[in-house]
Design a protein around this ligand. Structure first.
Ligand SMILES: *Cc1c(COP(=O)(O)O)cnc(C)c1O
Length: 352
């Protein structure tokens, strides 16, 4: 084997496999074991499982750091927020994933730390909020406002201010954005979404280039016990194998949908960050948006995103969604179906 660094598309396929030895399985098998024979590297399965290791090798190679997988994206988020010392402050994008915000609010309500919500579209405001903070939590594109964050600039400012920078990279995936390379300290994933990609598994991951942080997060996982199941790890890795081709098709569909939705009946605005598979359309009000969600046939009305199948959701149907998100905003997670079927179904539902 040559030592030439491989392209990320290749890494999604080649990383996390057993050595190429005669008779070896091509895929890391699912290891159902709660305990391992004493004296080896693995002892008890809350601390390690070969099925996690295979996924962690692949995701770590893609993001450029050490990966620690978790039972869910929220377990990963929680492990990272747990790094904030008592009395510290967290600067957070106001349109972050709503349950990340809820978790932070919960910690603030019990006076564990202070939360400073910022508008990430205004990097000056984010920088102004950094002094004295312990952590800055970024997401790009944001969910579901789809604002873009200047990760490189804010990671640099955070480092200069002694603030840990975290990027939730769920919407972009490492094939479209590599926050550690841009200077961030920690990446968080809900692998439930694009990475697993088939809406059949809940799983999370943390990746960091700092050995000391990786050790603390792994220690947290062992003690809090929010570990992935071996079957889930296997499914997430199997999904990851096709990430680049899924993205290729879904991104092409997304850009084309943006073109076809421009000027469609009742659409006030199409939000498209210009990459990735998530779009949003803004209609006049909640009733107009609900009507579209009720009328689609191919698109599946569902929360969650990043699967091969296209889904849509009026986000303000959740009382917990940020009040700055328009009532009539529908988030679209674009899948890999034929573009004409996706566009026809949506345009028909819009009343054309
Ligand atoms: C879904 C999601 C999460 C939470 O992940 P789960 O796997 O559902 O626990 C975190 N961040 C973003 C951006 C998400 O979309």
């Amino acid at each position: 084997m040559s030592d030439t660094p491989r392209r990320l598309e290749t890494v999604t396929v080649s990383a996390g496999r057993p050595p190429h030895l005669p008779g070896a399985p091509m895929n890391e098998p699912v290891t159902f074991a709660s305990s391992f024979v004493a004296g080896g590297e693995l002892e008890y399965a809350r601390y390690g499982n070969p099925s996690w290791t295979a996924l962690e090798e692949a995701l770590g190679a893609l993001e450029g750091g050490d990966c620690i997988s978790f039972a869910s994206g929220m377990a990963a988020v929680s492990a990272v927020i747990n790094l904030v010392p008592a009395g510290g402050a967290v600067v957070v994008a106001r349109h972050s994933y709503q349950h990340t915000l809820a978790l932070l609010d919960d910690g603030a309500a019990s006076a564990r730390y202070e939360v400073r919500r910022v508008d990430v579209a205004d990097p000056d405001a984010v920088e102004a909020a950094l002094p004295g903070a312990a952590m800055v939590w970024l997401e790009s594109p944001t969910n579901p406002a789809l604002e873009l964050v200047d990760i490189e600039r804010l990671a640099r400012a955070a480092r200069a201010a002694g603030v840990l920078s975290v990027v939730d990279n769920t919407f972009a995936s490492p094939l479209l954005q590599r926050p550690l390379e841009l200077g961030a300290d920690i990446v968080v994933h809900s692998a439930t979404k694009l990475i697993a990609g088939h809406s059949d598994v809940v799983l999370g991951a943390v990746v960091t280039g700092a050995p000391e942080l990786a050790e603390r997060i792994r220690f947290h996982r062992g003690l809090h016990g929010a570990i992935p199941g071996p079957m889930e790890a296997f499914l997430a890795l199997r999904g990851l194998r096709t990430l680049s081709v899924r993205l290729e098709r879904a991104e092409r569909n997304a850009r084309e949908l943006t073109r076809r939705l421009a000027g469609a009946a009742g659409v006030l605005e199409v939000r498209d960050p210009g990459f990735g598979t998530i779009l949003a359309v803004v209609l006049a009000d909640a009733a107009a948006a609900d009507r579209v969600v009720e009328r689609v046939g191919l698109w599946i009305p569902a929360t969650s995103l990043g699967g091969v199948e296209s889904t849509l959701e009026r986000r303000r149907r959740w009382a917990t969604e940020a009040p700055t998100i328009p009532e009539g905003l529908i988030r679209l997670s674009v899948g890999i179906e034929h573009i004409d079927d996706l566009a026809d179904d949506l345009l028909r539902a819009l009343g054309e």
